[in-house]
Design a protein around this ligand. Structure first.
Ligand code: PSU
Ligand code: MN
Length: 310
């Protein structure tokens, strides 16, 4: 779909037109989720992981009011630089950022919209947003969940972020009609931890099965997206009992300091990284790479079936 506000990077355009698989990457994790310089290094590494698999990366962001599907190195640097204080853009921010010609990182929700505008169906992220702890009082529910219910993009993630209320997040996804798929798992991965006691809706055991399930979803009317949850390998996962009190501590401090709205997610992650050392940051970097790898495999399979059909 051509849109006056959308710039598709020439390499992404070529890939889309010549049947090369494309994977979209969100960028709030670069602008707000990770400290500099690991954010920039990681963004470049994720793109390289895809290129090495024969998949074209399309990092999504907003630059000077233009919706971007695919960034140049300078544009990535702009989003990653702490000097520029880029904005955090979710669905409600798109029109304002276009009209004000602002730049920023796009959340999973905003990245899904821009990916879909460009015709990209597979995206990778670390963890999606969800229902925050105490969400029944605060109504702090990420727009990611609504977007998953309405925009046809498959999001490969490590489960909802561990800082969230996971049972409520699953309830909300059910209401939105979003299939939650476990990749080689029956239970919802909890980001840093491999397993939770919450079941996924459907399990797939290969990238091929995942691609087929995406095909089936996209064939439905007004289908919306899917969440494909990829648990960390055993050796890299952190035990939930170890993580949980650290998260409770971060949530406590957020409440005490009156942090809410779009600032909450970045605050919780910063608090975790600052107070609990390098371990969680390293795990987050690993999760992003691990999910990007799986997204590449699924995108290749998805492209195969697509090109067979047409
Ligand atoms: N996962 C991380 N760090 C992040 C995010 C995810 O490890 O910063 C970002 C994603 O872009 C996600 C967003 O879409 O946080 C959700 O923010 P909110 O809860 O305000 O909707
Ligand atoms: Mn929120």
């Amino acid at each position: 779909m051509v849109n006056n506000f959308l710039d598709i990077h020439p390499d992404v355009n070529t890939a889309l037109n010549s049947g090369i698989p494309v994977v979209a990457l969100e960028s709030t994790v670069i602008s707000h989720g990770l400290p500099f310089p690991q954010n920039l290094e990681t963004a470049l590494q994720l793109e390289k992981i895809l290129l090495d698999e024969g998949v074209q990366p399309a990092t999504i962001a907003i630059i000077n009011g233009r919706l971007k599907a695919g960034l140049s190195k300078q544009e990535l640097e702009l989003i990653a630089s702490p000097d520029n204080t880029p904005h955090k853009a979710s669905r409600r921010d798109l029109a304002g950022m276009i009209s004000h010609e602002w730049s920023g990182g796009t959340t999973v929700a905003a990245s899904m919209i821009i990916a879909a505008m460009a015709g990209i169906r597979i995206m990778a992220t670390g963890g999606v947003g969800g229902v925050h702890k105490h969400g029944e009082q605060t109504l702090d529910i990420s727009a990611d969940l609504i977007e998953l219910g309405r925009t046809p993009v498959a999001v490969v993630c490590g489960g909802p972020k561990a800082i969230l209320d996971l049972p409520k997040t699953l309830e909300f996804l059910e209401t939105q009609g979003v299939p939650v798929i476990g990749y080689k798992t029956d239970t919802l991965p909890a980001f840093y931890s491999r397993e939770s006691d919450l079941p996924v809706d459907y399990r797939v055991n290969s990238a091929e099965q995942a691609a087929h399930l995406i095909e089936c979803q996209l064939a439905l009317p007004d289908c919306g997206g899917l969440l494909i949850c990829n648990p960390l390998p055993k050796a890299d996962a952190l035990p939930w009992e170890e993580i949980s009190p650290k998260i409770e501590d971060a949530v406590f401090h957020a409440k005490k300091q009156g942090i809410h709205g779009k600032a909450l997610t970045p605050f919780l992650f910063q608090h975790l990284y600052e107070h609990h050392g390098n371990q969680l940051l390293q795990a987050n970097l690993f999760i992003l790479k691990h999910n990007t790898q799986l997204a590449a495999m699924i995108a290749r399979q998805f492209n195969n079936t697509h090109s067979h059909r047409t």
